[in-house]
Design a protein around this ligand. Structure first.
Ligand code: SF4
Ligand code: SF4
Length: 221
């Protein structure tokens, strides 16, 4: 995915949750991305806020947003119903960008930010220049396709990406219990082996709990 495509996904949602660490605790607030270019994703804050101090102290931020109707309904047969949608998240390194650097870009996408910074001099801009993230596209009731999840991981600026999903090791004895029990349809048989498709796997752990051979590798403790 390009930086522009990542930005467009966040921008179509608008309000996003920005998380930093303050005095050892996670802290969140609602904000939005201002613009993007080939270096990364840009956002603004004010130098008078704890958000600014935390960004300067750690040089890191994590952002997520929900692109869907957020309501969750209980059906008559006591199942939770969520309309199809997607989560998007990105985590990475940030640096403060000076006004002169922003102006030198000569990019109309930054016009609003420049005006805002001139109106409110305590405003400042950061760019997330190295990051990884994921789009978690869900249709839990399988109304639009025959599987629940499509997860897509991305990165830019050279940030390493961990593959989505759990995995099956050589300890597998080929009993098929995991595939029969996976409601996400994330497990398939390839010859004598069973494999997990990480793009469909929710990492729910159901296969791990029921595997008689301890062959499913997880990512927790
Ligand atoms: S349940 Fe375990 S042993 Fe059985 S097919 Fe799945 S991974 Fe292999
Ligand atoms: S962790 Fe859950 S979703 Fe992933 S393969 Fe196992 S049972 Fe399926």
């Amino acid at each position: 995915m390009t930086i522009q495509e990542i930005f467009d996904r966040f921008d179509s949602i608008g309000s996003c949750v920005f998380a930093t660490i303050g005095n050892g605790y996670p802290e969140t607030r609602i904000a939005h991305f201002l613009a993007c270019d080939e270096e990364g994703l840009y956002f603004m804050t004010m130098t008078t806020k704890p958000f600014y101090r935390q960004l300067k102290e750690s040089g890191r931020v994590s952002v997520c947003a929900l692109g869907a109707d957020p309501s969750v309904r209980m059906t008559e047969d006591r199942q939770l119903e969520m309309k199809p949608g997607y989560f998007i998240r990105v985590t990475g390194d940030v640096r403060e960008v000076g006004m002169e650097e922003i102006k030198a870009k000569n990019n109309p996408d930054f016009a609003y930010g420049i005006e805002d910074q001139e109106r409110y001099p305590a405003m400042t801009t950061f760019v997330m220049y190295r990051a990884k993230g994921e789009i978690y596209d869900y249709d839990f009731d399988m109304k639009t396709r025959d599987h629940k999840l499509e997860r897509m991981r991305f990165s830019f600026g050279g940030f390493p990406v961990e593959k989505a999903g759990l995995s099956i090791t050589d300890a597998c004895i080929g009993c098929g219990t995991c595939m029969r029990g996976c409601s996400f349809k994330a497990i398939r048989k390839e010859g004598d082996r069973y494999v997990i498709d990480g793009s469909r796997c929710d990492e729910c752990g159901n296969c791990l709990v029921h595997c008689p051979a301890g062959a499913v590798r997880h990512k927790g403790l």
